[in-house]
Ligand binder design. Sequence first.
Ligand code: HEM
Length: 150
Amino acid sequence: MSALYLSLHTLAAVFWIGGIFFAYMVMRPVSAQLEPPARLRMWVSIYTRFFPWVWIFIAVLILSGYLDMLARFGQNTPLYLIAMQVVGWLMILIFAWLYFVLFARLRRAVAAENWSEGGAVMNPIRRVMAVNLGLGVLISVVGVAGPFFG
Ligand code: HEM
């Protein structure tokens, strides 16, 4: 069963972190060439399609992570899996803030065609994406290298 849990866990992590990488490192610099109305509308469309997937990835990560942890480690949680949970929940909380607060503000601004407010809210969104990309790299290293150190 652990093979299934770990496969699902890895796929969800790859898709989530890979999606942030693509948005932050590729889409963001390219989108800077567009005028604010087109750029902000495009980001709303991109997030509207990507974020429901992220909720699915989060559900899969939590479920597969805890099921595998219980099955293989029981009550003896190794240190790297405590780190995994701390960083994992931090990423989830940050995403929840991005989704419920910042993305909601961006959607409202774009619906009202308030481009200055829309442009302003993209600044914290950018920072949040950068932070979650960094945490995504960290958690991947913890997950892969952790078992070698215990
Ligand atoms: C918050 C609850 C989480 C729990 C309980 C959990 C649990 C686990 C467990 C048990 C492993 C296997 C470690 C081993 O083989 O010894 C693992 C590995 C891993 N986890 Fe998590 N995890 C959680 C969240 C996350 C999140 C949010 C991400 C990424 C966004 C993530 C990414 C990874 C990666 C990349 C690995 C290494 C590859 C793999 O074995 O699947 N985990 N995690």
